[in-house]
Design a protein around this ligand. Structure first.
Ligand SMILES: [Zn+2]
Length: 121
């Protein structure tokens, strides 16, 4: 499949280059130059593709918010999500501030595309 996409990429690049060469004497060649370069860049993208599906990204990072169970204490910690984490899960670790037990306050998926204003209320 990747060989085929490379061949298509090569073909598209050649078409783009041919378009530029063929329209060089055209008074509006700058438009064709632009179009040709665009086509070549698309072709080169296909050519240099590493066989990964387009738009493939690593899974978004997930964070876990830990909070002290003592309501009078404002201790809060954010750490990487670990397998088995769930909201309101009581934790073994004690609050470094007051020594009370801590629990998971929330689990969030960090979206890079659209940073959403997170409300604490
Ligand atoms: Zn505390």
């Amino acid at each position: 499949m990747s060989v085929l996409s490379r061949l298509i990429g090569l073909f598209i690049s050649v078409v783009g280059a041919t378009l530029i060469f063929m329209t060089m004497n055209d008074p509006q060649s700058f438009i064709w130059l632009f179009v040709g370069l665009l086509i070549i860049s698309i072709g080169f993208n296909l050519l240099t593709a590493r066989g990964q599906p387009k738009g493939h990204k690593p899974p978004p990072p997930t964070i876990t918010e830990i909070r002290c169970s003592n309501t009078a204490c404002d201790f809060k910690e954010i750490r990487d999500f670990k397998k088995g984490d769930f909201v309101l899960k009581p934790l073994e670790t004690k609050c470094p501030k007051c020594g009370s037990l801590t629990a998971i306050e929330g689990v969030y998926i960090v979206k890079e595309e659209e940073p959403k204003a997170k409300s604490n209320f």
